[in-house]
Design a protein around this ligand. Structure first.
Ligand code: N1C
Length: 249
């Protein structure tokens, strides 16, 4: 029985590792111009053989350097607590908006969990620390690092979708507030256009005090706007490719 257990455990480990590697490669291969093996190696060196609570943001510097983000002026879309609405839209209107998940690194690692372990060269997909369990966990550090790099190349008109169904749409603890917004500089970013996603039972909108904090925290040279837009209007925008990008809402 013990041998069966050990076999099952090691088989499970091998399968978990094979699965994340094959997901990584199949997603990566959709982007033709990259060497996926090189990226996988750069990815792994960030967390393999490390305590999964001791992976700092900088551990991903080599990965980011291997797949740098390109400027996407006027198309960059940020979001906070509105992932599903945003991706429902960008899946159909990639001509208008580009999110981090539309880039190579963001799409390859979206919705995945991974970590390493001291004394092992394997990648684990279960038993990894949760988002808030420790700050320097492999997944959180990756999103922090890649979000910073993504915000660094944003330029021109920048859009952010925030959630009107929560108490604090612009939350200081979010990646959007803590990592992305501080990197918008007036010499590159001209306008920050917030789209507040309004559902039936919304509890906040553009008049929320947290939006005042956002307006005050950005560079004075950046023009700020906020518009309340119903979720159905946003979905409509996705289903009508004939609507011009700027006229969606
Ligand atoms: O903390 P958030 O929102 O404000 O982070 C969202 C913000 C976006 O603008 C993205 O550019 O930061 C970037 N980003 C991702 O692209 C991303 N994809 C998947 C940040 N986090 C991302 N995830 C996962 O969503 C991540 O693993 C974590 O669990 C959430 C954070 O999203 P949030 O709290 O809604």
């Amino acid at each position: 029985a013990l041998i069966t257990l050990i076999l099952a455990l090691s088989l499970g480990l091998t399968l978990g590792q094979t699965k994340i590697k094959s997901t990584f490669f199949s997603r990566c291969e959709k982007f033709k111009e990259y060497d996926c093996q090189k990226l996988w190696d750069a990815f792994q060196q960030a967390y393999v053989n490390k305590d999964p609570c001791k992976v700092p943001v900088e551990a991903y510097d080599p990965l980011i350097a291997a797949a740098p983000f390109k400027h996407q002026c006027n198309k960059t879309m940020f979001w906070s607590k509105t992932k599903d609405v945003v991706h429902g839209l960008t899946a159909k209107r990639n001509d208008c908006f580009v999110t981090l998940e539309d880039t190579l690194l963001g799409s390859v690692l979206d919705n995945l969990t991974w970590c390493g372990k001291e004394g092992s060269n394997d990648t684990f997909t279960t038993g990894c620390p949760g988002w808030s369990e420790c700050v320097n966990n492999p997944v959180r550090s990756f999103w922090n690092r890649s979000s910073a790099a993504f915000a660094d190349v944003a330029c021109g008109n920048v859009t952010a979708m925030l959630n009107g169904s929560i108490n604090t749409p612009f939350n200081p603890t979010s990646i959007f507030a803590s990592v992305e917004v501080p990197r918008f500089i007036a010499s590159r970013v001209k306008n920050l256009n917030v789209v507040m996603v309004i559902q039936k039972n919304n509890i906040s909108n553009c008049t929320d005090p947290s939006l005042k904090n956002l307006r005050q925290s950005i560079d004075t040279g950046i023009t700020f706007s906020c518009k309340d837009v119903s979720e159905s209007r946003i979905q409509e925008c996705g289903s009508k490719p004939e609507i011009a990008c700027g006229a969606c809402w």
